[in-house]
Every structure is written in C-alpha cells, then in structure tokens.
Design a protein around this ligand. Structure first.
Ligand code: TXA
Ligand code: MG
Length: 319
C-alpha cells in the first residue's frame, strides 16, 4: 500500500504539510501532527473522535527543545527530565505562548516528553517540528503497540504510518508534574513510581477522578475492549460465569485449572516488564477472539505492575 513504512523524509514532509502521521514510540504508537499548527492538531481530534477537553502530549527530540515550549523551573522536574528523557515520562509544565490552546485544552500546562524510539527521534529532528500525539487508537479503545493495530483502526485517517516494530515498553508514559509544591503523578505508566521517587523524592498519586475532564486518560472506563471484561480472582470469576464462553488473561503460573477456557498469559515466566509488553496486544486478541467474556487477574503491583493493573481495571470498568 505504501502507507506503512520507514521513510522518515516522507513522514516529515507530510507533517510539514499539516497531515497526520502515526509514529512509533517505546510506549505505544502515537497519532501525530504539527503541534504548532492548530488546523493540523484539529485533525487528530477528528480522527480519534476525541473530546476537545482532552489535552495532547507534545513530543520533542531533546530537553533543549522542550524548553522552547515550556518552563521547567521546578528542580525535581528538571532532575527527572535529565535522568529519564528520552523515555516513558511526560511532564506537565507551564506552557509558553506559542503552544496553541487546542493542544492543552486551554489549560496552562502542556504535557511534554522526549520519546525513546530512534525512528521518531530522527523524524522529530528531520521535521524540525514539535509533534502533538495522543495514542493512535479511537478514543477509549485499547492503545496500539504495532503498526498493524494503527492501520486496522485508523489506517484510512492517516497519511502515513511510520513502522517502528513492536513498542518496547507497551504501556503509555507516566505523567508527572508539580501542584501546590508537591510532586504529583497523574497517570501510572511505563516509568515506575519507584524510579521517579528515587530521583525526585516522594510523590503524591492523583490518579482517579471518575469523570474529571482535566485528564480523560484517567476516566474510570478507558483502554476498553468491546467485549465485557471482569477483573478479579480467576477461580471465583470462572465460577461466577460458568457456562459462558470465556477467555482468560493470566500472569505467571496461575490458574492451574482453566476449565477449557482459552488462555492468554501476559508472562508465563512471571516477568512484569514482559507483561507490560504483551498487555495491549493480548487485550486486542481477547477482544477479537470467539469468546463472550474476558476474565483477567491483577498482576503483582511492583514496578510497572501498578500501571498494568490500572489499565486492567479501567478496561474492566464497563462490565
Ligand atoms: O506514552 C504516551 O504518553 C503516548 C505516546 C504516544 O507518547 N501518548 C499518550 O497520549 O498516551 P494520550 O493522549 O492517549 O494520553 C495522554 C494523557 C491524557 O489522558 C491527557 O488528558 C493527559 O495525558 N494530558 C496531556 N496533556 C495534559 C495537560 N496539559 N494537562 C493535564 N493532562 C494532560
Ligand atoms: Mg490514549
């Protein structure tokens, strides 16, 4: 088709013309447009059917470039940027004038990150533009970790998909900022809370907000499959839903008895990083399977486990 490939010059040219290009990152694929051009950014909201109250993350190739669009006066945030960029960390920072309000939904802070993917870093440099990019999925659905996921759901809405293979982390960036003098984590993600606190000291979690329009990635229901999904102890869930055709999302060596259900194991070896890597792909697989229901169990909450459980519970929230 020519629509999926690794042609950075082509991608950069399209972005300069105000088109949409899907980009690989280490977390998930993004749906990118020139962050400085309001009309281009508008196309992102249209393609995703995303509400305008949901602000976008701006991707830049370096800390120096980030400082063109935002101030980093807080020492803790500066230390985090120095230590973890490029990487799965988004900082909410006081925005500068040239960032259009559509990017931040009118808020005073802009979310910025430097993604750790060589193709996208090359693209950012080649295009010479900051790129606004949400995850490249229809609003509320499971985030894409492969170019093929993007193609399937938004292929007809993007001009090009830059194919960077499988995302190496598999869940979205952790979002942090400072509020009332405290370091705050707004979304659990690919950088563990422990890693943040090691560099910047204690952080407050402000994760859930039911229907808080300031952070829809934190809506109670998000990252959701179309099938009904339940989260809990798998043996209890299997009893509750006996007689239904179920598919299980498991971790490690549980459960022993799957009573004939199909099983997708996030990490048979019990590795949390492997589980993060497989999470969205397996949720999709379960959603596309012939089962009526998806049953899942939480993973151990250490490291990225907390972010995985956050995604699982939001995915199950509609059930
Ligand atoms: O890993 C990621 O962060 C991926 C890749 C593509 O970079 N992007 C991503 O974007 O997950 P998105 O739009 O799906 O989720 C971004 C979240 C949203 O929930 C949004 O509300 C929040 O970040 N956010 C962005 N800018 C914000 C701001 N200025 N103030 C408050 N929340 C913000
Ligand atoms: Mg998203």
């Amino acid at each position: 088709m020519g629509k999926i490939g690794t042609d950075i010059e082509k991608a950069a040219g399209l972005l300069r013309q105000g088109q949409l290009v899907a980009i690989p990152t280490e977390t998930v694929y993004g749906l990118a447009a020139n962050a400085l051009e309001e009309k281009a950014v508008l196309k992102i909201f249209e393609a995703k059917q995303r509400p305008f109250f949901d602000p976008l993350i701006v991707h830049v190739p370096s800390l120096e470039q980030a400082l063109l669009y935002a101030d980093i006066s807080d020492e803790r945030l500066m230390a985090l940027a120095r230590r973890y960029w490029p990487g799965p960390l988004t900082l909410l920072l006081p925005k500068k004038e040239l960032v259009p309000p559509i990017v931040t939904s009118g808020l005073e802070r802009v979310g910025i990150r430097v993604p750790a993917h060589h193709l996208t870093l090359d693209l950012l440099k080649e295009a010479g533009l900051p790129l606004a990019a949400p995850s490249a999925n229809p609003f509320g659905y499971i985030s894409p970790t492969l170019a093929a996921h993007v193609d399937k759901q938004l292929g007809n809405k993007v001009s090009y998909i830059l194919d960077g293979g499988n995302c190496s982390i598999g869940i979205e960036s952790t979002i942090a900022g400072v509020e009332g003098g405290s370091l705050v984590i707004y979304r659990l993600g690919g950088l563990a809370v422990e890693a943040i606190e090691k560099i910047a000291g204690p952080a407050r979690l402000m994760l859930n907000s039911g229907s808080d329009p300031a952070s829809p990635g934190q809506l109670t229901q998000h990252y959701a499959p179309r099938k009904k999904m339940f989260l809990g102890n798998l043996e209890d869930l299997a009893k509750e839903h006996a007689g239904k055709k179920t598919i299980l999302i498991t971790f490690g060596d549980t459960p022993q008895d799957t009573a004939g259900s199909a099983v997708l194991n996030l990490s048979p070896a019990g590795s949390i990083t492997e589980a993060a890597l497989n999470l969205f792909r397996m949720l999709r697989e379960a959603d596309e399977s012939g089962a009526d229901l998806i049953l899942a169990e939480p993973v151990p909450p250490e490291g990225l486990g907390a972010a995985i459980n956050d995604r699982l519970s939001r995915a199950a929230a509609a059930a």
